[in-house]
Design a protein around this ligand. Structure first.
Ligand code: SF4
Length: 371
């Protein structure tokens, strides 16, 4: 059995840590590229969401490298994620690929079925070892997100432009070569020290932008044209409201174990969207409110064309923007999105935020928030 999985930003490193600890033979899907997207677009239904298309491309590229089993997480609720796996299974079958695709759904209901699927994956290894592997992989995800966060803070303040990008690129290259959670964490620690050693200009008070939206588009750099890097190189400090560790801890582990969740965005979203409508719409609203309260200069919402929960969120965001006086830009992405037009919209938004901040500083209206 050679297992593969969808590509979603740093999730690949987390799954790599998990599978290596469990000695599972696996193929990491190649980094998402134009070819991945073209394959997905060719074989998926035209109006399917972009992540489904890219994942089809990931699976085909991994199958070409020898994968025969696909593992993915499942979803439920009122958006299309719940039937992703079935659609993808049928598409691959129609294409003549003889692969096993199974979904590790949260054990809300049939725990026996969940354990049967886990057993199929880990073979004769004990469930205890699988639990330790999950713990270690979760730690990797937390460290990775902290490393990203540090790079978001250093990038706009670095004296030698491009240093942060160079270190993060080196990390991505090296991490594919090290094996096991411990070595991955060691590499993360070394990279953190390199980032901390970058010479920064303490007098810089960058504009701050929060990124919200649909999780795949927010987390996968191929889909969002490396938005954090782009904004950072323009001198903006970014914060990503969704990340892999939050998803694993809050949406998978705590939900499975029925533990108390830490989701401040739910309370923040209450006046605008008081219930979960699928996807991350409530996160989008709640986190936009939280960014406004924290004194951020602006918010960017990202989502794939036809994403139903984010369309609803987009229709509510103008009220958040008006009530809390925070500019919000929405960027909708599909396979036809051109990088140049996308960047132009971001540059125009940043220009507007810079002029707005200057005016506020002149008029003494600016609320200090670590700026
Ligand atoms: S959240 Fe949006 S993009 Fe993701 S599956 Fe649901 S509808 Fe599709």
């Amino acid at each position: 059995m050679k297992v593969t999985f969808p590509h979603m930003g740093n999730t690949c490193i987390v799954v790599k840590a998990l599978f290596e600890y469990l000695d599972i033979d696996f193929i990491t899907p190649p980094v998402c590229s134009k070819r991945t997207l073209e394959l997905g677009t060719k074989y998926a239904p035209e109006l399917a969401c972009l992540p489904l298309k890219i994942n089809i491309g990931n699976f085909i590229e991994s199958i070409e490298k020898g994968a025969d089993t696909i593992v993915m997480t499942g979803g439920c609720g009122p958006c299309r994620f719940g039937y992703y796996a079935e659609v993808q299974r049928e598409i691959l079958k129609d294409l003549g690929y003889n692969v096993d695709l199974f979904v590790l759904e949260l054990p809300n209901g049939d725990i026996q079925e969940f354990l049967r699927r886990v057993r199929k994956l880990i073979g004769r290894q004990s469930l205890w070892k699988a639990l330790i592997a999950i713990k270690k992989a979760t730690k990797v995800s937390i460290e990775l997100d902290q490393l990203d966060k540090l790079s978001f803070q250093v990038r706009p303040r670095e004296k030698v432009k491009g240093k942060t990008d160079w270190i993060m690129r080196k990390f991505q290259h090296q991490v594919s070569k090290v094996k096991g959670p411990e070595n991955i964490i060691r590499l993360i620690n070394e990279t953190r020290k390199e980032l901390e050693a970058i010479e920064t200009d303490p007098s810089i008070a960058p504009l701050k932008i929060g990124i919200v939206g649909e999780i795949y588009t927010v987390i996968e750099p191929f889909t969002n044209f490396k938005i954090e890097q782009l904004l950072g190189s323009m001198g903006i400090e970014v914060d990503r409201s969704l990340n892999v560790s939050h998803w694993i801890v809050e949406h998978m582990i705590k939900q499975a174990l029925h533990l108390r969740k830490h989701r401040p965005y739910e309370e923040a979203a209450q006046p605008y969207l008081s219930t979960m409508i699928g996807g991350h719409a409530q996160d989008t609203i709640g986190n936009s409110v939280l960014y406004a309260r924290q004194g951020y200069d602006g918010v960017i919402q990202l989502y794939p064309f036809t994403c139903m929960p984010e369309i609803v969120a987009e229709s509510i965001l103008p009220a958040v923007s008006n009530d809390l006086d925070i500019p919000i830009l929405t960027l909708i992405i599909d396979e036809l999105t051109g990088e140049a037009g996308y960047k132009t919209r971001i540059e125009a938004f940043v220009d507007m935020l810079a002029r707005r901040k200057e005016r506020k500083l002149r008029n003494n209206e600016y609320v200090l928030s670590g700026n």
